[in-house]
Design a protein around this ligand. Structure first.
Ligand code: GDP
Ligand code: MG
Length: 301
């Protein structure tokens, strides 16, 4: 399998919440794994995506997004992001072209400065579909003035623009290395975890602002029927308040039904099998404040 000139390495993708990290990775891999939503902080732990072609393997770490932690869950997410950077052979820093460099970007740039000269840093300027060409030049200039980026690439993750250039650029910086994962693997997460991310994504997508991020999924049962291409899956959606539970269930159970149906369709695609999916909703007050609960919902390593 290993050829002489095969290249490989770990690429850590960092950036503020909502800049499009998950969208980028999904468009590289071409399958929907990482939860995407228009609300920030959808990604809670590092997810490894694997992209393999004839002469290289890129292992991407989707970090949860760097920002000052407000609770135990926030602390966990920040740690995960920093560990993601330290494990990397190449850093990709992604920004939203429509946002100016504010306090939050400044604090990430300060963290990245520590790695300047040690690890190649590629800046991806995302969402260029949102602005005019003239504005882009100015923004490129502004970021290049920071003096820490080895490459600056404008992209639109959602339109698949510039992704080829990004991959070519990564290849340039990759070093000779082994194929760490077999070529048909696109993630190292197990199916159970991906299933919980799918359900969480549907939840976040259909619930309005009243239900913030106190949404956790616990997969209680994940069983393939004997000699059948059929899975029985049971999941619990945990929320922090009784009122949120009501919203998730919806009038006459309509919201939960919608979340369930759409989740089931995605899971059937993922597993390439029929699925019987049952979802319950439970209240677990202030789980994000409690270390043991944060761990129990899978946010640990
Ligand atoms: P993350 O928090 O950094 O992982 O961001 P997501 O990938 O979840 O994306 C956040 C939001 O930005 C979603 O609503 C995406 O559809 C949107 N988005 C991502 N990339 C682009 C892009 O290239 N152009 C536009 N217009 N929107 C984008
Ligand atoms: Mg994300």
């Amino acid at each position: 399998m290993e050829e002489n000139n095969f290249k490989s390495g770990y690429i850590s993708v960092v950036g503020r919440p909502n800049v499009g990290k998950s969208t980028l990775l999904n468009s590289i891999i071409g399958e929907k794994i990482s939860a995407i939503s228009s609300k920030p902080q959808t990604t809670r732990q590092n997810i490894t995506f694997i992209h393999t072609d004839d002469d290289s393997q890129m292992i991407f770490l989707d970090t949860p997004g760097i920002q000052r932690p407000k609770n135990k869950l926030g602390e966990f997410m920040l740690n995960e992001s920093k560990e993601g950077i330290e494990e990397a052979d190449i850093i990709t820093y992604i920004v939203d072209v429509s946002k100016r460099i504010g306090k939050a970007e400044r604090s990430i740039i300060d963290i990245l400065k520590e790695y300047n000269g040690q690890i190649p840093i590629i800046l991806l300027i995302n969402k260029v579909d949102k602005i005019k060409k003239e504005e882009l030049l100015e923004i490129i200039y502004m970021y290049s003035n920071e003096g820490i980026f080895d490459e600056l690439i404008p992209i639109s993750a959602i339109k698949n623009d510039g992704i080829d250039i990004y991959l070519e650029t990564l290849k340039k910086y990759l070093k000779p290395g082994p194929m760490y994962y077999s070529e048909d693997m696109i993630t190292d997460k197990n199916e159970r975890f991906i299933v919980s991310e799918i359900i969480r994504e549907k939840g976040l997508r259909y619930l309005n602002e009243e239900v913030p991020h106190g949404l956790a999924i616990s997969i209680e049962r994940f069983k393939k029927r004997k000699d059948k291409n059929f899975y029985d899956i049971e999941a619990i959606i945990y929320v922090e308040r009784e009122a949120h539970k009501k919203i998730i269930i919806g009038r006459g159970g309509s919201m939960l039904k919608r979340i369930g149906t759409e989740s089931r369709e995605d899971i059937e695609n993922l597993l390439d099998a029929k699925v019987n999916l049952q979802i319950w909703v439970k209240v677990q007050k202030n789980w994000r404040e409690k270390d043991n609960l944060v761990k129990r919902f899978g946010y640990n390593r």
